[in-house]
Design a protein around this ligand. Structure first.
Ligand code: AMP
Length: 296
């Protein structure tokens, strides 16, 4: 595994792999403090690609002024061990100066898809994400890029960017990796106190219950499902709901409150963002109610 820290080294390393027939090239962008969710992306990339490039960069322009950019957990040594163990060939670890040597004046904005969910709670966040991912695509020129559905809105936004701008890369969405008790893995889970960690199970539990209620016909409309989600989450006194929404996926369009979910065309997403103290956690479930209803 090669560790590269400059733009020149990265371009040289990836073009060497391509020149010597070691493609296709897969890219796994991360902010580090790696866990098994990231490892699952590396493994998927390894199955599809001759060369796997992982980037580790806590991207300042996707954090708001009152967010956790400074506090974001970092552990380069541990990350490199995991990356090597999980088959990364090249790890790109730039500093902020390498990625943004001067104030950036060009940004990519994906409209509409970024107005709801995390786009509404974190103004400017997705511009930061699309801009840094576009830079990484230009640098690495991967055939495939791997992203987790833990950040489902990010997947939808990046697919739109790639389609709109004819970027020559295929986005591969990968399933959410969870702890055995259901909590979605996240680098931010380390912020949680023991009690917050216990109560944080309410995210995955409420999503499971909501899905079951739809499948069994106890909750038929978006209003009913939203009420069920918020009432289950409110059962945890430390939980402070940022949003609990039901939208079409990947268009992220709202469904009318009294719209029967089983009549939705295609997939829907139930998406949550919940604060525990200063820690904001997200989770979601994507499924097709029609198919599920047809099975029962
Ligand atoms: P991050 O380092 O949090 O920016 O995440 C880097 C990539 O890993 C993103 O594509 C995330 O969606 C993905 N990821 C983070 N957590 C998980 C998880 N629990 N399961 C699957 N993918 C994840």
């Amino acid at each position: 595994m090669r560790v590269v820290r400059t733009i020149e080294q990265l371009r040289e390393a990836t073009s060497f792999m391509r020149r010597t027939g070691q493609g296709p090239v897969g890219l796994v962008p991360t902010m580090g403090y790696l866990h098994d969710g990231h490892a699952s992306l590396l493994r998927r990339a390894g199955e599809m690609c001759g060369t796997v490039v992982m980037s580790i960069f806590v991207n300042p322009i996707q954090f708001g002024p009152n967010e956790d950019y400074e506090a974001y957990p970092r552990d380069e040594q541990r990350d490199l061990e995991l990356a090597e163990r999980e088959g990364a060939d090249i790890v790109f670890i730039p500093t902020v100066e390498v990625m943004y040597p001067r104030p950036i004046r060009s940004k990519i904005t994906v409209s509409s898809l970024t107005t709801r969910l995390c786009g509404a709670s974190r103004p400017g966040h997705f511009d930061g994400v699309t801009t840094v991912v576009a830079k990484l695509f230009n640098l690495v020129q991967p055939e495939y890029a791997f992203f987790g559905l833990k950040d489902a809105q990010q997947v939808a936004v990046l697919r739109q960017m790639v389609d709109d701008l004819n970027m020559n890369v295929e986005i591969i969405p990968c399933p959410i990796v969870r702890e055995s008790d259901g909590l979605a893995l996240s680098s931010r889970n380390v912020y949680l106190s023991a009690e917050e960690r216990r109560q944080a199970l309410v995210l995955s539990r409420s999503l499971q219950e909501a899905r079951k209620a739809v499948e069994e016909g106890q909750a038929a409309t978006t209003d009913e499902v939203r009420e069920l989600l918020t009432s289950v989450i409110s059962g945890s006194p430390l939980a402070d709901i940022d949003y609990a929404e039901i939208l079409t996926f990947p268009e992220l369009e709202p469904l009318e409150g009294n719209f029967p979910l089983t009549r939705a065309e295609g997939e829907i997403i139930m998406a949550l963002a919940v604060r525990f103290g200063r820690t904001r956690l997200i989770d979601n479930i994507i499924f097709t109610p029609k198919e599920v209803a047809a099975l029962v």
